[in-house]
Ligand binder design. Structure first.
Ligand SMILES: Cc1cc2nc3c(=O)[nH]c(=O)nc-3n(C[C@H](O)[C@H](O)[C@H](O)COP(=O)(O)OP(=O)(O)OC[C@H]3O[C@@H](n4cnc5c(N)ncnc54)[C@H](O)[C@@H]3O)c2cc1C
Length: 334
């Protein structure tokens, strides 16, 4: 925003918490927000673009009276527009890690000393090179957990350090292969805890409830072991410590997955674009049945992208700005 901060038709209000969108006769006319304990309203002459992410955009819509009828009634929120898909279809890319000790002190942990940190900092300062110029994820691959698949279903990250549960307290040299489910089938939802905008919404991610997701993670551990055993890698590996070579059967792998799997925080899908009953926005990102209100963030993805979400969200935002400016044709079905 910095280059355009001085434009007369542009202002940024920070340290503000949006309570709800004000809707009058089916048209979004303003945003009610809280700043320093004071409730204020920003009026909209043309339209409002909601971009509060896949968790908070559905919360704000529900607080504004747009969402599943039962959910609104449960919290005594006057119903403005029944859209049953608000908050549903929550998706993320959960992952499991395979951890291995290194046979030599070659991981990024070698920089985890005062001297190491100075060397890393100075090399970046003077040459823009070294470990600080990178993000620690040296290699990434989209792979198939089973050879018969048409498309990759796992995103594999190689961490150049051992990301086990002790990695901050008693760091050791090693590697972690992080295997994310690219196309998860488990689906959760976001709902309200209360009608108080200051209360966080309730999230039910339902990770790994689809058996297919368990299968993908299970097979991805087996693929990780094959990667670590390759001739180029094997000499650098001392031994696998997570889950550990003795953990082999489906049941044993499942137990490890259920104990250690984690979210990637790439939530999407809760205000999905489309024209079915569960869709929240149309293909121009306008909220169905409400004038002057769009949603432009990760929540509009009908299906979570198979890779990282940040760049696709920037694409959504770029496209939304073209739509607001009238550079793209509007969808007819509103
Ligand atoms: C820990 C973490 C690591 C991640 N790592 C990666 C990664 O490596 N690569 C990648 O591609 N993606 C990553 N992601 C995901 C990526 O950050 C998100 O997909 C992306 O930022 C989503 O964009 P968005 O516009 O939907 O929401 P956000 O970027 O979350 O923006 C929403 C904004 O709305 C504000 N907001 C919410 N509610 C209110 C309210 N009531 N009032 C006022 N403001 C409000 C929030 O403060 C926030 O600034 C990561 C996410 C997390 C949390």
């Amino acid at each position: 925003m910095r280059p355009i901060l001085k434009r007369p038709n542009f202002s940024v209000i920070s340290e503000a918490h949006v309570n709800r969108i004000i809707i009058v006769n089916g048209t979004a006319t303003g945003v009610e927000y809280q700043q320093n304990g004071v409730t204020k309203i920003a009026h909209a002459a043309r339209e409002i673009v909601l971009s509060a992410d896949a968790i908070n955009s559905p919360q704000i819509l529900m607080l504004s009276g747009i969402g599943p009828q039962a959910e609104l009634e449960k919290h005594d929120i006057p119903v403005v527009k029944v859209l049953p898909g608000v908050g549903r279809n929550l998706q993320d890319h959960p992952f499991v890690r395979v951890n291995a000790l290194a046979s030599r002190p070659i991981s990024l942990m070698k920089y985890n000393t005062l001297v190491g940190k100075c060397v890393a900092g100075l090399s970046y300062l003077f040459s823009r090179r070294g470990p600080v110029s990178r993000n620690g994820l040296e290699a990434l691959a989209f792979i198939k957990s089973r050879p018969d698949l048409t498309n990759p279903d796992v995103q594999c990250h190689l961490f150049m350090l051992l990301m086990d549960e002790f990695y901050l307290k008693s760091p050791r040299h090693g590697f972690s292969l992080q295997m994310n489910i690219s196309r998860p089938e488990s689906c959760g939802y976001v709902s309200l805890r209360s009608s108080d905008p200051a209360a966080p919404p309730a999230m039910y991610a339902n990770y790994l409830t689809a058996e297919a997701d368990m299968v993908v993670l299970r097979e991805s551990i087996r693929v990780s072991r094959r990667i670590l055993a390759q001739p180029a890698f094997a000499p650098l590996v001392d031994r696998e410590i997570g889950p550990g070579p003795e953990v082999r059967s489906d049941d044993e792998l499942d137990a490890y997955i259920r104990e250690t799997a984690s979210p990637t925080y790439q939530m999407a899908g809760t205000c999905k674009m489309g024209d079915d009953d569960m869709a929240v926005v149309d293909s121009s990102l306008r909220v169905h049945g409400i004038d002057g209100l769009r949603v432009a963030d990760a929540s509009i993805m009908p299906l979570l992208v198979s890779g990282n979400t940040n760049a696709p969200v920037i694409m959504i935002a770029e496209k939304a700005s073209d739509m607001v400016l009238g550079r793209l044709p509007l969808a007819r079905d509103h």
